[in-house]
Write a protein that binds this ligand. Structure first.
Ligand code: PLP
Length: 471
């Protein structure tokens, strides 16, 4: 055995002790740590012939990269839609590495049962009925990918084309309709061989990112073949919601698969104040929800749900002598894009057991209140302009300086200046045609004080920005 590996084995206790104290220090210092760092030019070292052991590796890592590890899991990283990790989720995630189970589903571990139970907890959290089965995947992109793969299978089945064995070659182009799809829908269509160009954007309601049902109806009535509707429950710019009940009702008249991208919006179901936004979610044929966002488990983790597990088995069944024939309750290896799979359910299981439905209601409601608070501050300040009502946890706004037209470049420069403080992190976007800024609240740690710090940083930055850049 390698000398360093041998030493490591005997020093496991002190090694894990060091990692523990490093971890506690990091987490305790999260509030003060810079929220974003522009990485310097690191040199790429050559592979050491002889190693240095874990303790020295930790030192080497800290010296070279430590300062570049940011507080993106902290309370003031409001870019994209970024969650943190609850203490229970961290505990579960550590054990994932320790246990190192491969959640394929062979009859040799309780891990698949933990995943089944966690999926069941999550169905209850999101008020999804048990007509839906579910699995863990790596993120909402993969979750949308799975949902669209099932939709494709469903359409092929109706057209009596066996795409599992013969591929897409005999399939006519499938139309996909959506109002404000996330960019990953196009990516999924590319991966699935369905083609980005077949995604048809349907007009939204005035001043909204929610699909216009009349426009959708028009599009569907022009469609001869079965097709797909990707409904959005929580758009990234303004957290807007399609009318899921209304869309589902159109199924009486038209033949389409309803997929709902509820990556973060699904969490509206956790609160009686917001659950009306996802009314009708259960009627979907497939649903995508992220775990590494609002569930606040570490990357990477998401769930996919569907009412059509048989189709899922057709798409993802992995035939191999040693895996046997899928049973009535098929093993996960036959249901997901991956074969070997991380024990992703465990951090979620820990966090759900530790904090329960109430814990998540509390996180969701607080984040939404904080978004409201920021929204009010922006509404009452001349230098900024709120671009949409704060419906859930996302605040979408732009700069408003002396009636000047704001370009995306200007927004990016402003954000660079804002990020220099290291205190807050927001991301740019374009809302409609307006270059804008988003702040998305989805971390359990975020408190009122953080909104104050954010507001001070925004106010300071806008005044120096007006002095320097906008003259
Ligand atoms: C984040 C997000 C995605 C993509 O999720 P990943 O976890 O980054 O793969 C898809 N849809 C929506 C609405 C999102 O917010």
């Amino acid at each position: 055995m390698d000398r360093n590996l041998k030493t490591d084995v005997t020093r496991l206790n002190p090694i894990l002790g060091k990692i523990l104290s490093h971890a506690t220090q990091f987490l305790q210092g999260l509030n003060e740590r810079p929220v974003g760092v522009v990485p310097p030019n690191y040199d790429i070292a050559s592979l050491p012939k002889e190693g240095i052991g874990t303790e020295k590796a930790l030192e080497a890592f800290n010296n070279k990269y430590g300062a570049g590890i940011t507080a993106s899991s902290g309370p003031r990283y409001l870019g994209f839609v970024t969650g943190g990790s609850t203490p229970a989720a961290i505990a579960g995630d550590w054990l994932v590495s320790i246990f190192d189970q491969n959640v394929i589903g062979a009859k040799d571990s309780s891990a698949p049962e933990v995943e089944r139970e966690t999926i069941s907890f999550l169905r209850q959290l999101f008020q999804i009925s048990d007509s839906h089965s579910g699995t863990f995947v790596s993120g909402a992109t993969m979750s949308n990918f799975v949902g669209l793969a099932l939709a494709r299978q469903w359409i092929a089945q109706q057209l009596k084309i066996d795409i599992t064995h013969n591929g897409l070659y005999a399939l006519p182009a499938i139309k996909i309709f959506s109002g404000s799809p996330h960019s990953c829908i196009s990516k999924a269509l590319s991966m699935l061989g369905m083609g980005k160009s077949h995604l048809q954007i349907v007009p939204c309601l005035p001043e909204r990112e929610a699909i216009d049902l009349d426009e959708l109806t028009k599009n569907l009535s022009r469609c001869q073949e079965p097709c797909i509707v990707v409904a959005n429950a929580g758009t990234v710019n303004t957290a807007d919601f399609d009318d899921l009940v209304g869309i589902a009702a159109l199924k009486q008249e038209f033949n389409f698969w309803l997929h709902v991208d509820a990556a973060f919006g699904g969490f509206a179901a956790c609160s009686p104040k917001y659950c009306h936004l996802v009314q009708g979610l259960d009627t979907a044929d497939s649903i995508a929800i992220d775990a590494h966002k609002w569930l606040n488990v570490p990357y990477d983790s998401a769930m996919q749900f569907t009412r059509h597990r048989n189709l899922q088995l057709e798409v993802f069944q992995n035939n191999a002598a040693y895996l046997g024939v899928p049973a009535e309750n098929p093993d996960f290896v036959h249901l997901t894009p991956e074969n070997s799979r991380r024990f992703r359910a465990l951090p979620a299981w820990f966090s759900l057991i530790a904090y329960g439905a109430q814990g998540y209601q509390d996180i969701v409601e607080r984040d939404c209140e904080l978004a409201q608070l920021l929204g009010e501050k922006i509404r009452s300040c001349r230098d900024f302009k709120l671009l949409a009502p704060v419906r859930l946890n996302v605040v979408c706004f732009t700069l408003s300086v002396d009636g000047q037209e704001i370009r995306l470049d200007t927004i990016k420069k402003f954000l660079e200046m804002l990020h220099d403080s290291g205190k807050v992190f927001l991301t740019p976007t374009v809302y409609g045609t307006v270059p804008a800024i988003r702040a998305a609240f989805s971390n359990w740690r975020t408190q009122q004080i953080d909104v104050q710090i954010l507001w001070e940083a925004l106010s300071e930055t806008i005044s120096s920005f007006k002095d320097s850049v906008m003259q």
